[in-house]
Design a protein around this ligand. Structure first.
Ligand SMILES: *Cc1c(COP(=O)(O)O)cnc(C)c1O
Length: 364
């Protein structure tokens, strides 16, 4: 799918662009979140005036007044998406309209100005166009795109800001977890929670991540890569990871994942995988799943595979769950259902298979 860019961005290309040789060196093993592209999109919102001054600029530090409200009351939201290099070298986006929609919903929850979906898409596409050379080769990785919005009004009174900046930056990304590492070990967090009913769990806001970091630290101290959070009221039901959704594959061939009821982020990877699974004839159930039942299902063999999913790491097999009381081992190897869903999704994202869903967009 291709829709032309409609917003008139003022484009100021970087004067002293990095050489192709240097860029290629950086793109060989970019890791995650360290090798940034050379430009950024910036759009400003002022109450009474709306969104204005759409610009593409050389990537540079922001100037913020120390009383800018984002620094005090955390009115901040973000998105995570990727540009993929197709077999013919063309930049592709995967369901960018879903990111635009979710960004609007996150803004609504945080009482921020809403970025019109077309403006969101145009900003992303303009940045990907000017920095297309920063998309790594498909066998290496992708260009990770980070749209975000901050409250910039200079005001210490607690109220929704009257000014915002919507910014898009990008970085080259190799595989989030190293390719051949196999299944990860996950810490089941029994004390702190990520989100509660009525809170901001459904919004993609930085504050949710800040709240998850002590658990992440605890996980690391216990030799785990990631955290699985339980529900806030009973500590009984599985919810999601710090930045990924979770799905179980059962011995009857079905998939089981917790329903989206206000505390779990609406993952686009989750939705895409469930849609692909259903189209392959798999039964998909979105039902509450108690952690004790999950442990029992591991023990009985009813639970065959468990995986986490999100844009950054795509599909990550979970081999072991760990708590203060002990371990529950699922498998030391990536399961067949996990591997085949990952493959089907990646083939679509990288433009290697026919896009049956209208999910793949060119940048115009
Ligand atoms: C971004 C995010 C996800 C994954 O969403 P995708 O759209 O699949 O990238 C899952 N959980 C949380 C908390 C997130 O912030």
């Amino acid at each position: 799918m291709s829709q032309p860019i409609k917003t008139a961005f003022t484009i100021t290309p970087k004067a002293d662009r990095i050489s192709a040789a240097e860029r290629e060196e950086l793109l060989k093993a970019p890791g995650f979140g360290r090798v940034f592209s050379e430009h950024m999109a910036v759009v400003t919102y002022t109450e009474g005036k709306g969104w204005h001054t759409p610009e593409i600029l050389p990537r540079q530090p922001l100037q913020l007044d120390p009383a800018a409200s984002v620094l005090h009351y955390a009115q901040e939201i973000f998105e995570g998406m990727k540009a993929y290099r197709s077999p013919t070298g063309e930049p592709l986006l995967f369901r960018p309209d879903a990111n635009a929609r979710r960004f609007r919903r996150s803004a609504e929850r945080m009482a921020m100005a809403q970025v019109p979906e077309e403006l969101f898409l145009d900003a992303v596409k303009q940045l990907v166009k000017i920095d297309a050379d920063w998309i790594p080769a498909p066998e290496v990785g992708t260009l990770y795109i980070r749209p975000f919005m901050i409250a910039t009004e200079v005001a210490l009174g607690v109220k929704p800001s009257a000014e915002y900046k919507f910014i898009v930056i990008a970085c080259a990304a190799g595989d989030y977890f190293s390719k051949d590492a196999g299944p990860v070990t996950v810490w089941v967090e029994e004390n702190t929670v990520r989100a509660s009913r009525g809170g901001t769990g459904e919004a993609k806001c930085g504050g949710n991540y800040a709240a998850s970091l002590t658990a992440q630290q605890e996980a690391k101290e216990n030799g785990c890569h990631q955290v699985l959070f339980l529900d806030a009221s009973e500590r009984k039901w599985i919810e999601e990871m710090g930045g990924m959704n979770i799905v179980a594959a059962l011995d009857d061939g079905s998939l089981l994942t917790p329903p989206l009821k206000g505390t779990i982020l609406h993952g686009i990877t989750r939705d895409s995988l469930l849609t692909l699974a259903r189209s392959q004839g798999l039964t998909v159930r979105e039902e509450p799943y108690a952690i004790d039942q999950l442990y029992a299902d591991i023990a009985s063999g009813r639970l065959r595979e468990l995986f986490a999913c999100g844009t950054a790491a795509v599909v990550t097999p979970i081999g072991t769950l760990k708590t203060s009381k002990g371990e529950h081992v699922i498998s030391k190897e990536t399961g067949a259902v996990t591997a085949s869903l990952r493959q089907a999704l990646c083939d679509m994202q990288f433009g290697r298979t026919h896009d049956t869903q209208g999910w793949v967009h060119t940048v115009g």
